[in-house]
Write a protein that binds this ligand. Structure first.
Ligand code: CP
Ligand code: NVA
Length: 327
């Protein structure tokens, strides 16, 4: 038989709708187990990867992704091994192929936070174990699983809701957009003129909308009044992504006027039952304190949910060897 390599988690687009939704349900289930203190199940999970290693190959900073992936590895009894950019030979003294072949020979999966999507593709090419994209310039699937779980918890459902994304739209937006549509949530985007949405994301979004029998919408706006109308979820991300620090002044100028505050949200006509989300880390320029710390904000529940999303992903891709529909 032809040997097919391990299944990797590159982005949300690469998952079927059922597979994506099953990851969200699994994350919900892990949260219940963790909260219940069900020691028999926790012990059983702890034996699943006992004696194994999980590599965290991070070439960028991280708080949530590092804590949640290390925590999830520990839940399954594996030893997480953090490999920061100054800790290993990669980049300075060794190429990605050799590094990947070596790390994957000793570990059971690699969570990788890299600069370019091309690096994720290279890792997938050379790894003998699952590569889990822990953020690249184009995608952040762990955040998208988390965010749909957080929306499901807040509203008790996802179908029929509207999500308004405001501000810069790159990695976090790209996966959340597709994840939302796969969960029955319409997406409207508010970006300054001149900011374009990734073409492949627009194409995938349009395909999902086309297959929804008129239930879903995907719209891009330049004025708040249209984008926010009846939105249930309002989301943003930093205007200065990691690696863009040199463009900070230009980006602050480009996004001037796009800060989310109570006034913008009210004038935009959001639904009376709405929530604010942000993947964090947050800066005041993209969202004012009155929204970020306001009663509609679920940002800290969202951050905590990263742990359960990471557990779901290890369970599906490592324990269940990429059979995502296995319970
Ligand atoms: N949301 C997120 O990925 O946060 P970190 O960069 O802190 O991991
Ligand atoms: N867009 C942000 C997300 C941080 C979690 C970045 O790439 O820095």
């Amino acid at each position: 038989p032809v040997s097919t390599g391990p299944r990797h988690l590159v982005n949300i687009t690469s998952l079927s709708q059922d597979e994506f939704l099953s990851l969200v349900s699994k994350a919900e289930q892990f949260k219940r187990i963790a909260k219940s203190g069900d020691t028999a199940t926790i012990q059983a999970n702890h034996n699943k990867l006992l004696g194994k290693l999980v590599a965290l190959l991070f070439s960028k900073r991280s708080t949530r992704t590092r804590i949640s992936t290390e925590g999830a590895a520990a839940h399954f009894g594996a030893q997480p091994m953090f490999l920061g950019k100054d800790d290993i030979q990669l980049g300075t003294n060794e190429c990605i192929e050799d590094t990947t072949r070596v790390i994957s020979s000793m570990t059971s999966c690699i969570f990788a936070r890299v600069n370019s999507h091309n690096d994720i593709q290279e890792l997938c090419k050379y790894s003998s174990v699952p590569i889990i994209n822990a953020l690249c310039d184009k995608y952040h699937p762990l955040q998208a699983i988390t965010d749909i779980l957080s929306i499901k918890e807040a509203f008790g459902k996802t179908e029929g809701l509207k999500l308004a994304w405001i501000g810069d739209a790159n990695n976090v937006f790209n996966d959340l957009c597709i994840a939302s549509l796969k969960s029955g949530i319409s997406v409207s985007v508010l970006v300054p003129e001149g900011i374009s949405i990734d073409e492949s994301v627009v194409a995938d979004a349009q395909t999902l909308v086309g297959a929804s029998n008129g239930l879903l919408k995907f719209e891009v706006y330049n004025k708040p009044t249209d984008a926010l109308k009846n939105a249930n979820v309002v989301v943003t991300d930093t205007w200065i992504s990691m690696g863009e620090e040199g463009q900070a002044a230009a980006k602050l100028k480009q996004f001037a006027g796009y800060q989310i505050d109570q006034k913008m949200v009210k004038e935009g006509g959001v639904n009376s039952d709405w929530r604010f989300m942000h993947c964090l880390p947050r800066h005041q320029e993209e969202v004012a304190d009155d929204v970020f710390y306001g009663s509609q904000s679920i940002v800290f529940e969202e951050a905590e949910n990263r742990l359960y999303a990471a557990m779901a992903v290890i369970d599906a891709f490592v324990v269940n060897k990429g059979n995502l529909l296995q319970k």
